[in-house]
Ligand binder design. Sequence first.
Ligand code: CAA
Length: 257
Amino acid sequence: MAYETIKVETRDRVAIVTLNRPDALNALNSTVMTELIDATEGFDRDAGIGAIVITGSEKAFAAGADIKEMQSLTFVDNYLGDFIGGWDAIARTRKPKIAAVSGYALGGGCELAMLCDFIIASDTAKFGQPEITLGVIPGMGGTQRLARAVGKAKAMDLCLTGRMMDAEEAERSGLVARVVPAAELLDVAIKAAQKIASLPLPAVMMAKETVDRAFESTLSEGLRFERRVFHSLFATEDQKEGMAAFAEKRKPVFKNR
Ligand code: CAA
């Protein structure tokens, strides 16, 4: 599929997907959604890819859902067409996704970053859920994932006032894993993705699934799930190789088996 609104490239088992609607600050219209789903699902299926980086431009990761596209929609249009429901497909992809965020990550942009597994931000990043200023609320997970990431007080503050928070506040409040200088953002994100992609894929995917489980289960269910996954990884060749290599003081050669 030839893409109009995103660019894709691969480097050493890492896929880099760059939002590319500069005239609209990467606003997320239905073409972006379709193309991003196609690209991420394709990389998810590709055995040659171990992790995915999603990024935007220096000025904007994404300034939200496309307001001009959605302004005339009605409730029935939204309901029958499951408007923006497709974004769930990106969250469901099983390989790790890192959001590399510079500039604005607002509304659906902040939500897209949050549906990745973690966020690396440049020191220029600005996060917010300004939907309330348009007479709506977040619709791609903003109230739910933000509250889980930063807690009720700050999620309420952001969703009710529509204010933006800078990278430093976002890191302090747990939304962002690391903040780096803008010029280094993509390199740092790609290096982190390459590190992940160099590790045993079954363990990586199960670690991701298990951390995700923490947000969808009780502590005792989550702990039981974690123990079962931990036990099951001893059925992989990579566990034998990883531990043998440690004992023999050599580098492991993982086969993703
Ligand atoms: N949708 C459509 N177009 C957008 C857009 C959006 N979310 N954000 C920016 N653009 C467009 C602008 O209309 C403008 O286009 P024109 O040049 O054709 O007029 C272009 O991008 C540049 O934007 P600005 O001139 O506004 O740039 P700025 O630097 O002055 O301001 C900004 C930047 C503060 C991010 C401002 O553009 C802004 O407030 N954007 C909207 C942010 C927003 O409200 N996002 C939430 C959307 S709703 C949502 O996401 C719902 C959901 O949960 C799914």
